[in-house]
Design a protein around this ligand. Structure first.
Ligand SMILES: [Zn+2]
Length: 261
């Protein structure tokens, strides 16, 4: 039987996405490795057979392609991010990662749904910050209680399980419309997310998180939330998480260097 040759590079070229709220995000989006797409490609990739009758040797030839090479090692460098004051607020000197692919895959999909649901109701949401390094978290901690009570490792943002968003009206981030926040918050809660609009110290209506019941202590020792029907819905979760953690570490190294400057 001829054996199809799997072209990993070709498969990776299919892994591209669209930045939500493109006007707010600088770099192109890099989708994490996802073997489900590889698997589909494995069976669908055209294979040319050359049969030599005498010796009955079957040779499989990969169809010539010149795929664009996507760097799976440096993918973190392509994550969308914004600089301070991008949404009109002082959020410190270090850039904010806004890429949804920097989030835990299950949580990422919840947030995509939140953004889509809000859009269907006429509310445009921009992602202000998704994954956050310990270095960035410590920067907020130094900036005071208005920003956070938590130091590095204590926020769900450090585990890709929290996101900050803001409604955008006529291209402007709207931070102070309580009624609008409420509409967004309710939609997030319908998706099973914890909404920072319920908090008072600090009131944080742009913040959504989900941990599947785990605390920061569990997360800090590397525990991962249990995902319903993970085998069916996220067959490559372990590999996705492994790559995500590597990318998070790269960002940590980069932003820690900024702290030392
Ligand atoms: Zn937050």
């Amino acid at each position: 039987m001829p054996k199809p040759l799997l072209s990993v590079v070709a498969a990776m070229t299919l892994l591209s996405g669209v930045c939500f709220t493109a006007q707010a995000q600088h770099s192109s989006l890099f989708a994490p490795y996802d073997c489900r797409e590889h698997a589909e490609l494995f069976y669908s990739e055209p294979v040319e057979e050359v049969i030599v009758p005498d010796d009955a040797i079957t040779v499989s030839l990969e169809v010539e392609e010149t795929p664009e090479v996507v760097d799976t090692v440096n993918g973190w460098k392509h994550w969308c991010y914004v600089e301070n004051f991008h949404y009109g607020k002082d959020r410190g000197a270090m850039p904010m990662i806004t890429d949804l692919n920097a989030l835990h895959p299950y949580f990422r999909d919840r947030i995509k749904t939140l953004i889509e649901t809000c859009k269907a109701k006429g509310i445009t949401l921009a992602v202000v910050e998704s994954y956050r390094t310990h270095a960035k978290q410590n920067e907020y901690k130094v900036m005071g209680k208005k920003y956070t009570n938590s130091g590095g490792g204590k926020s769900k943002h450090q585990y890709g399980l929290a996101v900050d968003v803001v409604p955008v009206v006529d291209g402007v981030a709207v931070w102070n419309n309580t009624a609008l926040w409420k509409r967004v918050g309710v939609e997030g809660e319908k998706l099973g997310l914890r909404w920072g609009g319920r908090w008072r110290k600090p009131y944080d209506p742009g913040h959504f998180e989900w941990t599947g019941g785990l605390t920061s202590t569990h997360l800090a020792v590397g525990q991962l939330p249990t995902i319903p029907r993970v085998e069916d819905l996220y067959p490559c979760m372990a590999e996705d998480i492994r790559i995500l953690r590597r990318y998070w570490k790269e960002w940590e190294t980069a932003q820690s260097a900024m702290t030392r400057k």
